[in-house]
Unconditional design. Structure first.
Length: 240
């Protein structure tokens, strides 16, 4: 939120909903977004320069006119600085259904999880292609909304291959938790491939953030519709 301008952010969210998104992830910008690649890093810098901060973020979210669930993606420093319970309460008040904190290990998420239970906000755990079985168990245990599947090693951003994903999804079949794949998903064929492999959803970030930064609003809805079609094709392949 906040890029390319604070006011335009609301318009962008509405366009994303029209494009067919089932859940919309809203980024609360942080100065050191260690899990994000260059596209989202630059968007965060622009948003911060435009004046985005947690107070303004929650005010903007509360003004959104969308019907799909909303999730906030941010870093633990901002949550801790605001106060864990206050941050989660503000999420609930603003209409945010879930929290994604990529730099918070599951072993240290107890205070956030307690606040999430108190204010009925879902929490998302992470797994990667090299996550150990023991840590997968912990990530699944803390995931009350969905499990965030990191398709490859590295930061966010488009890639041509999500080949490590197949083995990871095979390892996760035994767990009865919704699984959404992110990091590197940037095209309809990748969406189709991820869903056909067993994912329940895909998370598309950098591909959309780049269009937002370029103010290519008409393209956003079109790109999302094609990605949604890819997901549906992948589901059809999986059940046939």
């Amino acid at each position: 939120m906040g890029d390319p301008s604070i006011e335009e952010s609301k318009k962008v969210v509405e366009i994303i909903e029209k494009g067919g998104a089932d859940i919309i992830e809203l980024g609360l910008p942080f100065s050191d977004p260690i899990a994000d690649g260059k596209v989202i890093q630059r968007a965060s810098e622009r948003a911060l320069k435009a004046g985005m901060n947690p107070d303004l973020f929650f005010d903007l979210v509360s003004e959104l006119n969308v019907k799909v669930p909303l999730a906030v993606m941010t870093y633990y420093n901002l949550v801790f600085k605001r106060g864990i319970e206050r941050f989660v309460r503000d999420c609930s008040t603003a209409g945010i259904s879930g929290i994604i904190i990529p730099d918070l290990p599951p072993e240290e998420a107890g205070d956030v999880l307690r606040a999430c239970r108190k204010f009925s906000v879902e929490y998302t755990g992470f797994v990667t292609p090299i996550t150990t079985p023991e840590r997968i168990e912990r990530a699944v245990k803390v995931s009350t909304g969905f499990l965030y599947i990191v398709s490859r090693l590295g930061v966010t951003g488009g890639t041509t291959s999500i080949s490590p994903l197949k083995k990871l999804l095979e390892r996760l079949k035994q767990y009865d938790v919704p699984k959404a794949v992110g990091f590197g998903i940037s095209s309809p064929p990748q969406c189709e491939e991820a869903i056909s492999m067993g994912a329940d959803g895909v998370i598309v970030g950098s591909a959309i953030v780049k269009l937002v930064g370029d103010r290519k609003y008409k393209e956003i809805e079109e790109v999302l519709r094609k990605m949604k079609e890819g997901c549906l094709k992948g589901l059809k392949r999986r059940i046939e």
